[in-house]
Ligand binder design. Structure first.
Ligand SMILES: [Zn+2]
Length: 406
């Protein structure tokens, strides 16, 4: 299992731009086939990310049991973020040392994908026939939104409530925690429009950059304290993320520095914001709050105008805490480690959103080996001991969930 995970890491599936996807999908597919799965490849034709240079290829393996249902799907993304700086070893060596597998994607989440495949294989090697249906998929683009990966698979009926009851995503939350869901996201752009004038007579114009400055000040003074008053009941970790948050993602204003400068009052300034919202907040309330802030800020300035543009919205999602899936995971964890899993939720989104919103499946959780804090970091690694402990819990869960009720 460790060697297989290391071999996966050696295929640099860096996203962006989405390199070596076909090679990695086929590598996973051939192993699934070897382990008795019927394998299919899914190419998201029509998605803009799917290009001749960087084709998007998803792989799904299916193993039938005595019956079609219950059906459990294990999904892992095989794209990884760029390695970045600060590594003390080759990020794509897949080096195994001191009980750890090193490399970009070891924790997030090629280690998890390997454990899913080997949990299923452990059951087969014991000669146990499943009562229900099991699928394992490797998908693309999670790190850039997952629209050509799980989003496409869910939208096109490959993973949906018509054929699937439960989904486990082995993202690295550790072997003692299960992630029930995530907060919502609202990305929006604000454009401040002022009035151009000669830079030597700024009093004849209205500076849009200063206008944006006034908006940022209103956010700091009025909005952020209001957000700090709200708290979700979802068990989000780290706990600071149980409050709504607002990040200023980027800001650009005035003339393009690269093209040279002439003396002008800046008549345009744009900023992109990332507002994370709670299960207890509605998207309409979140957006209205921003609209009101923009209106209040432009009120005192005769020629300043703000425009608001929605860039992306993902609602919060959460699996029910006491659903069959979570209960089965707890039973398995108790058998392996003696303890139930800690229930957590994520500050940011992952492919769970597609499973829920496009696939209509409520019982989806993230549960996988590796430390979340190591994801996207230099010298990322996954502990083999954790992978083995996790594989035991997952194998027992597969048996439990796919056992027939009839
Ligand atoms: Zn991930």
């Amino acid at each position: 299992m460790a060697q297989f995970a290391a071999d996966l890491i050696k295929i640099p599936t860096i996203n962006p731009p989405g390199q070596n996807y076909r090679e990695c999908a086929e590598f996973i597919g051939s192993r699934l086939q070897e382990f008795g799965f019927a394998v299919e490849y899914f190419i998201p034709d029509g998605r803009p990310e799917h290009t001749a240079d960087f084709p998007r290829v998803n792989v799904v393996g299916a193993r039938s049991g005595k019956r079609e249902r219950p059906a459990l799907h294990l999904n892992g993304h095989f794209d990884v973020v760029p390695p970045g700086d600060g590594w003390t070893l080759d990020p794509f060596s897949g080096k195994i040392e001191n009980g750890r597998i090193y490399g970009r994607g070891s924790a997030d989440m090629k280690g998890g994908l390997a454990t899913a495949i080997f949990a299923a294989e452990a059951i087969r090697r014991e000669g146990i026939e499943l009562g229900g249906h099991l699928q394992i998929s490797g998908s693309v683009d999670e790190e850039s939104g997952g629209f050509a990966g799980v989003g496409w698979l869910a939208e096109n009926g490959v993973i949906c409530s018509k054929n699937t009851d439960y989904v486990i995503i082995p993202e690295p939350f550790g072997t003692d925690r299960v992630c029930l869901g995530h907060r919502g996201v609202y990305w929006f752009k604000v454009t401040a429009l002022g009035k151009i004038a000669h830079g030597s007579m700024p009093f004849l114009g209205e500076n849009a950059i200063q206008g944006m400055g006034r908006l940022l000040e209103s956010m700091r003074r009025d909005l952020l304290p209001a957000l700090r008053q709200r708290k979700t009941l979802m068990p989000i970790v780290p706990t600071q993320a149980r409050r709504p948050t607002l990040n200023i993602n980027s800001i650009t204003g005035g003339q393009d520095e690269a093209k040279g400068q002439t003396p002008c009052v800046a008549d345009r300034c744009e900023a992109i914001f990332d507002r994370r919202f709670l299960l207890e907040e509605s998207f309409e309330e979140v957006r209205d709050e921003i609209k009101e802030l923009l209106a209040a800020t432009e009120e005192n300035e005769a020629s300043l105008k703000f425009e608001l543009e929605d860039l992306m919205m993902v609602p919060p999602v959460s699996a029910p805490r006491d659903c069959e899936l979570v209960q089965a995971l707890d039973r398995a964890a108790v058998k392996v480690s003696g303890q139930q899993l800690e229930k957590v939720a994520s500050p940011g989104t992952y492919d769970h959103k597609h499973i829920h919103l496009r696939g209509g499946i409520d019982q989806c959780v993230a549960f996988g080996p590796g430390e979340l804090e190591l994801a996207h970091q230099p010298d990322e690694y996954c502990s083999i001991e954790d992978m083995v402990a996790y594989t035991k819990i997952l194998a027992l869960t597969i048996l439990d969930l796919t056992k027939s009720n009839a």
